[in-house]
Design a protein around this ligand. Structure first.
Ligand SMILES: [Zn+2]
Length: 255
């Protein structure tokens, strides 16, 4: 079971690990997962009091119901400006992407982070906490910043709606993640997971992830983030593109 360390601090938030019960597969399917992406959501609940704690209570209630009384809905993390609640282990699937149960679906391959949008939550701080957690997860599971995606990526749903509405796309949030990822490593980061890190990646895939991260970093510096990173994400980045990026990057850093 891959869990955060209960009581640790991530960003400005205190981590509370409160895993939901097994039994209702529409909430906790129990299918094992090797996380390849991290999916960002807003809760869609702007009611007073709809903070991370309330969402933890909500998902615990759902998990206790009979499947006939629920629909497929669950996620790994709820975060607000004060707290990060983990409801489902990171190495298990959840139902948060609205794209079914195919082996390459978001539901089967990604960790779901719900950012609260209740009026008492400081949105900026909640996002900073989510970003700090996202960076920890990227390092833990070998996920690059191009694989930090909005819910919209999977099913087209307009989510995370607060971020998409404010920034007009997911790009600036992803840039904030990439910048936080590139910040100097903190020693205590490794202490924020409760079980030992599994180093099961092959060297080849680690190498290719490193290459991808270099391209992302160069694209940020060259000021041409989205076009290069979109091509990388779509698998349409050619050798000529990489050469072009190298030229732009060299110009940018020598300015
Ligand atoms: Zn969503």
């Amino acid at each position: 079971m891959r869990l955060l360390k209960h009581g640790s601090k991530v960003g400005n938030a205190t981590v509370i690990v409160d895993i939901i019960q097994k039994g209702n597969p529409e909430i906790r399917p129990g299918t094992s997962m090797k996380p390849k992406k991290i999916t960002t959501h807003n809760t869609g609940n702007a009611s007073k009091g709809a903070n991370a704690k309330a969402h933890n209570t909500y998902i615990h209630n759902l998990a206790s119901y009979h499947p006939k009384d629920t629909t497929h809905v669950s996620w790994h993390i709820s975060v607000d400006d004060m707290c990060i609640y983990q409801h489902i282990p990171f190495d298990e699937t959840a139902w948060h992407c609205g794209d079914g149960s195919g082996v390459n679906s978001g539901n089967r391959t990604s960790i779901g982070i719900e950012i609260c949008e209740n009026p008492e939550t400081n949105t900026r701080q909640a996002e900073e906490n989510a970003i700090a957690l996202t960076v920890l997860l990227m390092k833990e599971f070998g996920v690059g910043s191009i694989d930090v995606v909005p819910h919209q990526h999977w099913s087209g749903k307009y989510c995370p709606r607060v971020i998409l509405k404010r920034d007009e796309s997911f790009t600036s949030y992803r840039n904030r993640v990439a910048a936080a990822f590139s910040a100097p490593k903190k020693e205590e980061d490794e202490l924020k997971f409760s079980s030992p890190t599994l180093k099961s990646e092959t060297e080849t895939s680690l190498l290719s992830k490193a290459h991808r991260q270099i391209i992302v970093d160069a694209a940020v510096k060259a000021g041409a983030y989205s076009s290069w990173v979109d091509k990388l994400a779509n698998g349409t980045l050619t050798d000529a593109d990489v050469l072009g990026l190298a030229v732009k990057y060299t110009v940018a850093v020598n300015k």
